[in-house]
Ligand binder design. Sequence first.
Ligand code: ZN
Length: 222
Amino acid sequence: MKLANKYLYDKKTVCPVCKQEFTYTRVRTSQLKVEERGRDFYTKYKDDINPFFYEVIVCPNCGYAALESEFEKITNDKREKILSLVSEKWVKREFSGERTPQKALEAYLLSLYCSQIKEDKPIVFAKTCLRIAWIYRILGDKANEEKYLKHALDSYVKAYSGSDVYEEEILLIYMIGELNRMLGNKEEALKWYNKVIHHPERSRHTMIVELARDGWHSLKEE
Ligand SMILES: [Zn+2]
């Protein structure tokens, strides 16, 4: 398998926790070809490459892990907490190079644990748990997939009802509808799809509105 050469490349960074330099692997997005996009945005690409496997950076020296967009965001007191709760027990191991679903899962579960320690915003938990559910789906583990879809749903609801303002609120509402549908909560799903369909920003997000309409109709036809 030469996936590594075509899609992956290495980058160096300095860990904000242990301050050591290390190499992590990124995906060349220009090479990606979409084969199928799910209603929860899980996307299947040609050659079975899963770019989201690489969205978590793990420091091989201290075990600090986070989504790439959150990696640098750490305060001094949270850094101390990571050092005592994660790094002290950390067995040095590598996360660069091609990731199997199991390796990606390990990275994401570490990232989730670090998010709990850092007390990240609900949206970070939502994204992380949704991706963990996708990995369990790939692994054919239904029970864990459902467990993490539920965690993702709870976090999206927290994000929606919290004080943080999100640029793409309509997407947040759509995800709450969609996750409710996937979890069999029909009435809740219809309620949230309706919020998307009547959202003041609906004309700027036609794709999301279409997805919500599809979801709404699929439930009404049941
Ligand atoms: Zn580190």
